[in-house]
Design a protein around this ligand. Structure first.
Ligand code: FAD
Ligand code: NAG
Ligand code: NAG
Length: 428
């Protein structure tokens, strides 16, 4: 893993904070589950609020619990080289006066306000909270109906999967040439599927040799590939076609094995590399909050990010179901939304504990930046995704978003990127 150059510290946090003493007195405690964009920003935002309210670190304890003190930049996991798709968080959290606990949360008991977790050594412990922020994100949806999915498919959902895919692709070079070896099938023609597919011809040729006849196929269940809406989907299709990517629509995957894939209509494609990308579901921890969830497993929250009808529990990032604007556009499972949802949750939880007014979440501006391999990238603005930048110009913006963690700015604000406070650069 590389240095923390990906993250610029808000100057507020650069002063030295003392280690938090262990408390026997009832210090109010915020527990944040998750170290993704939402969890990290919730922690920093809660610490910021504590600081600007003039309270010492010891007045409210902020604890972030996650399996590793690392921010994995999931939007970069489709890239050829994922060595820069993560950033260490330990120093940042310590500087902000946030205590990090290494652990995987297994159980949330809202009645007793306790989370139960296992630590790296396998021991179980519990942690009481006064306010809980659930920022445990999402994972790839893997339907049980698809035979062989767990055993034979690859994905780019988490770092582990991205590394496994990379090792597998590299191992193909030492296998005898065959259609199955030279073919990659991507299941799902959505955001992730399109980004992986667009990268794949060049990636495969880099491994197998420039002269090898590689085949990259996207299987989409719907009748057409139109996840970017009527303005931008034609551009995506054109870009994929120019890269030699085939799109097969109305295809439902039935079974995957080591040598290929079968669809329900009886099509068989020989392939040693089947990549699954069929959507995301909110973290399983959401099921432990005793209330309703939406069809993606997200918890319904108020505009202050408190889980509706559940005291003292907030949900943010990919675990929250919330409208981004007054017109009712729901947030997507995206970094763009996770960053601001995280900031909002951290701020509001601290305000709640300190008896200060909360600030409702609102993020009317929406943009999408889709990476499309050697073609470049497509940047669209608005919820109807009007084409704004294409190819090289779009790619420059995508690189900026992916390396400076700015989600995604309107193009005319590009000049404002160098503003001093990263927190202010993000779209409010
Ligand atoms: C390949 C790919 C491409 C993407 N491209 C884009 C893009 O271009 N633009 C965009 O905006 N979005 C993109 N996304 C979506 C984006 O990555 C997610 O929406 C975003 O990461 C959500 O942030 P989060 O903090 O809510 O959750 P996550 O990033 O999922 O983080 C969850 C955190 O919770 C921790 N956690 C989970 N369970 C537990 C537990 N039981 N106990 C303790 N900790 C736990 C995890 O370890 C992690 O630290 C992409 C996603 C993928 C997979
Ligand atoms: C974990 O459990 C083992 C065995 O019960 C014990 O020896 C060890 O001290 C525990 N570790 C921690 C960090 O509590
Ligand atoms: C996939 O289809 C082939 C024939 O096309 C068949 O022999 C095989 O059993 C099928 N695999 C599964 C797991 O259904």
């Amino acid at each position: 893993m590389r240095s923390s150059k990906l993250i610029r510290f808000p100057t507020l946090f650069q002063k030295h904070h003392q280690a938090i003493p262990s408390m026997s007195s009832p210090t109010p405690t915020v527990v944040i589950i998750g170290a993704g964009f939402a969890g990290m920003w919730a922690a920093l935002s809660a610490a910021r609020k504590r600081e600007i309210a003039g309270r010492p670190d010891s007045s409210v304890e902020i604890i972030l619990i996650a399996p590793e003190p690392i921010l994995y930049i999931r939007p970069r996991l489709y890239e050829n080289d994922v060595s820069e798709a993560s950033a260490p968080l330990a120093d940042l959290l310590a500087a902000a006066g946030v205590r990090y606990i290494q652990g995987l949360v297994q159980k949330i008991t809202v009645k007793e306000k306790i989370v139960g977790y296992t630590s790296a050594d396998g021991n179980s412990s519990t942690l009481p909270y006064d306010r809980l922020i659930l920022a445990s994100g999402s994972t790839l949806f893997r339907p049980e109906a698809v035979e062989g999915l767990a055993e034979y498919s690859f994905d780019a959902d988490q770092m582990e999967g991205a590394l496994k895919l990379d090792a597998h692709l590299k191992s193909l070079a030492s296998q005898p040439e065959s259609p199955a070896r030279n073919t990659v099938v991507i299941c799902g023609g959505g955001f992730t599927g399109a980004e992986i597919a667009a990268e794949m011809p060049r990636r495969l040729r880099g491994i197998l040799g420039e002269s090898v006849d590689v085949r990259v196929v996207v299987l989409e269940r719907a009748g057409s590939l139109d996840f970017m809406g009527p303005h931008s989907s034609p551009v995506v299709k054109e870009a994929l076609a120019s890269l030699g990517v085939e799109i097969l629509t109305s295809q439902t995957v039935a079974a995957i094995d080591a040598e290929g894939i079968n669809t329900t209509s009886g099509t068989r494609i020989a392939s040693k590399t089947v990549i699954w990308t069929a959507g995301m579901r909110a973290s399983a921890l959401t099921a432990q909050i005793p209330t309703e969830r939406d069809e993606l497993g997200r918890l319904f929250v108020t505009q202050n990010l408190q889980v509706c009808g559940v005291d003292h529990v907030y949900a943010t990032g990919d675990t929250a179901h919330i409208a981004a604007d007054d017109e009712g556009h729901l947030t997507l499972m995206s970094c763009q939304h996770a960053v601001n949802l995280g900031k909002s949750a951290g701020n509001n939880v601290m305000a709640d504990l300190l008896g200060l007014p909360q600030a409702p979440y609102s993020q009317p501006y929406y943009g999408t930046c889709l990476s499309l391999g050697p073609w470049g990238a497509l940047f669209t603005t608005g919820w109807d995704r009007k084409v704004s930048l294409v190819k090289e110009e779009g790619y420059k913006l995508k690189t900026q978003i992916n390396t400076q963690l700015i989600y995604p700015p309107p193009p005319n604000r590009a000049a404002a990127f160098t503003a001093a406070d990263p927190a202010q650069q993000l779209i409010a």
